[in-house]
Design a protein around this ligand. Structure first.
Ligand SMILES: Cc1cc2nc3c(=O)[nH]c(=O)nc-3n(C[C@H](O)[C@H](O)[C@H](O)COP(=O)(O)O)c2cc1C
Length: 190
């Protein structure tokens, strides 16, 4: 087996197909410890994680719907249903939050990329532990009212909702992947 097997096999499990059990608390600690070994220019740790599990998942969905209704968004039944169940599609959701320091000599783009790398490490780590995962965003990732509901400060931004759980017995067909030959160019002096 290739030492790169976890990467070569990694693919998302669509969140609605993720089933119980979620990683145990010991596995979650391991997963986060591993994921935090992320490139971090300037040792800023410009990221943190918030877990959404158990009853909190449906409570947060309900709070999102109330938020939109209270501010007068027009919502049809399908949109309400989607938000109500947004977080209870999987046993566990980890919110990856970028904590951006404006005006720092380390550009904000690099801080954001470090948070993105943490999210990707969580996906790879989940694969290594035999769990399924999917990186989702959606409107709540980009909405400042939702950010306040999540308890984020003004400089904090949702980079990812990482949905985690066990893989189902059947997965839909994988998507086609680009090959190294398609991706790789070579710079040569003129
Ligand atoms: C930043 C980011 C945000 C994403 N948000 C969504 C999303 O909201 N909904 C969605 O269906 N897929 C989203 N995706 C794509 C999925 O994470 C995933 O890549 C897709 O389901 C294909 O699976 P794969 O990881 O096996 O290629 C997002 C990916 C990234 C990198």
């Amino acid at each position: 087996m290739s030492p790169l097997a976890p990467l070569l096999n990694r693919r998302s499990t669509p969140s609605r197909l993720l089933v119980e059990p979620a990683p145990s608390s010991a596995e979650l600690t391991q997963l986060i410890d591993a994921a935090a070994r992320v490139p971090d220019h300037g040792r800023l740790q410009p990221w943190r994680l918030i877990s959404i599990s158990g009853d909190a998942r449906s409570a947060l969905g309900k709070a999102l719907v109330e938020l939109r209704q209270n501010r007068g968004d027009s919502l049809d039944a399908a949109a309400i249903d989607k938000d109500l169940h947004r977080f209870d599609r999987a046993p566990l959701v980890l919110m990856v939050v970028a904590r951006l320091i404006a005006g720092h000599k380390i550009p904000e783009q690099e801080q954001l990329l470090s948070a993105g790398a943490l999210a990707q490490n969580l996906l790879i780590g989940a694969e290594c532990l035999g769990y399924g995962a999917q990186w989702l965003t959606g409107w709540p990732a980009y909405d400042r009212d939702a950010a306040r509901l999540f308890g984020l400060t003004d400089n904090e931004h949702v980079v990812a909702f990482i949905y985690l759980g066990s893989k189902p017995s059947d997965l839909p067909p994988d998507r086609e992947r680009p090959s190294a030959a398609q991706l790789l160019g070579e710079w040569r002096p003129a």
